[in-house]
Design a binder for this molecule. Structure first.
Ligand SMILES: O=C(O)CCC(=O)C(=O)O
Ligand SMILES: [Fe+2]
Length: 411
């Protein structure tokens, strides 16, 4: 059974990465076995190892291991901006709202979670003791179905994997799955993020917003924007994440280095940080590239609409939440009313009931932009660009389709 692991992880991780977005899921009670024939062929992408070897051969430096990229320091060129850092003890929530959140600037806050039980309870060993038989989401299979794996198998995988793009555990059902819920006791939302205006949407209609993540070393997330203009905080309890961020104004093709990819090169996180990002730095000297390392106890703030990507330099455990608050409401509302019409309607209804100030803000925006919500338009009247989604995230992006919105609900 064990011998099959390198096969399954390579197979799954090459085809699909994160498990957050799909509605259905399959449960794997025991490690699945995949046949050799299902391995991706060499033509599907350059493997990371062979590329690194190639580089070494040309640079004349002796080949060490593929771990080298994980230890390489950030290269500070003229267009690199180190992500700003502050200590939690030196700031207040008011300062954070005014100087970071409202200014839409990424920042790493040190010493935020040092007291969380998670700092001890979330080592892979400790998690394995508590969640041995609990299945968590680790990937999507070939048909796009979520794949779940019992934690005892995932823990073994993390300890032994040598993959190019390892299986990333992204579990979103933290509070509605009773087996996983104990994780919620291990951390608290940092008090510098007091707002959660999406909580006005009933839990069963609210887009996913909270993830428990385990990224084995070399895993990561390719450059993307989070959904619906939401901002995010991400707290690391174990390991180290390397981050890159770009301002919202930058073009998708540039931040992803599309024009700089050679034939056969894949766009996975490790290749991105190893050789695509250095090329981007050279090719676009005027583009600001925000970079930094996030260590245990630290929280990074990712402002809404900012491009961002991550490489896990070590086996890394983290929790992340996306939010809407006074700092980003205008962006989130303008995207939600267009991209998630039913959610927007349910949200507006509850704003009106429970948060009149937010309701007024949403209505004023609709008036200003002459935006007609679905219940205000004739039946069958679609928004001009309703299908376009500005979010590039691997997170939930399900559309609301032809939802039945009853105008009476807003009366
Ligand atoms: O930690 C990571 O890999 C990135 C997380 C992230 O950007 C996300 O969940 O949207
Ligand atoms: Fe993200």
């Amino acid at each position: 059974m064990w011998i099959n692991w390198p096969v399954i992880d390579r197979c799954c991780s090459q085809r699909a990465v994160l498990a957050r977005s799909q509605k259905q899921s399959s449960t794997l009670e025991d490690p699945p076995t995949y046949g050799q024939q299902e391995l991706p062929s060499a033509s599907q992408g350059t493997s990371y190892n062979s590329h690194a070897l190639h580089l070494k051969a040309h640079s004349g430096v002796e080949w060490e291991t593929e771990e080298e990229v994980l230890r390489r320091p950030i290269e500070y060129t003229s267009n690199t901006v180190p992500i700003r850092r502050v200590k939690r003890g030196d700031i207040s929530p008011e300062w954070f709202l005014k100087e970071a959140a409202c200014k839409n600037e990424p920042i790493i806050v040190e010493d935020v979670c040092n007291d969380w039980p998670a700092m001890e309870r979330w080592s892979v060993d400790a998690l394995e003791e508590r969640f041995r038989h609990v299945s968590m989401k680790v990937a999507k299979d070939d048909k796009g179905k979520k794949m779940r794996m019992k934690f005892k198998y995932y823990a073994d995988y993390v300890r032994n994997q040598q993959d190019d793009t390892p299986l990333y555990l992204f579990e979103t059902n933290m509070d509605d799955n009773g087996y996983i819920r104990p994780l919620m006791e291990d951390y608290e939302v940092p008090d510098i993020f007091p707002h959660d205006w999406f909580s006005l949407v009933n839990a069963d209609s609210r887009p996913p917003f909270r993830w428990f993540c385990i990224g084995p070393k070399r895993s990561g997330t390719t450059v993307h924007i989070d959904p619906l203009g939401t901002s995010a905080w991400n707290a690391v309890t174990h390991g180290c994440k390397r981050w890159v961020l770009f301002e919202p104004k930058e073009e998708k093709s540039k931040v992803k280095g599309k024009a700089l990819l050679l034939k056969g090169e894949a766009e996975e996180a490790i290749q991105y940080f190893d050789f695509i990002l250095p090329r981007i730095k050279k090719a676009y000297p005027d583009m600001k590239i925000y970079e930094g390392l996030q260590n245990p106890g630290e929280v990074i703030f990712v402002p809404g609409d900012w491009w961002h990507g991550v490489l896990n330099l070590e086996d890394t455990v983290a929790v992340t939440q996306n939010y809407c608050g006074p700092d980003n409401f205008d962006l989130v509302w303008s995207k939600t009313r267009k991209e998630r019409e039913k959610v927007a309607w349910l949200w507006l209804r509850n704003m009106r009931r429970y948060a009149p100030d937010i309701y007024e803000r949403a209505i004023a925006m609709n008036k200003r932009d002459k935006f007609k919500m679905r219940h205000q338009r004739p039946a069958g009247d679609r928004l001009p660009d309703a299908s376009s989604s500005s979010s590039e995230s691997s997170s939930d992006s399900t559309s609301d389709g032809e939802a039945d919105l009853d105008p009476a609900g807003l009366q």
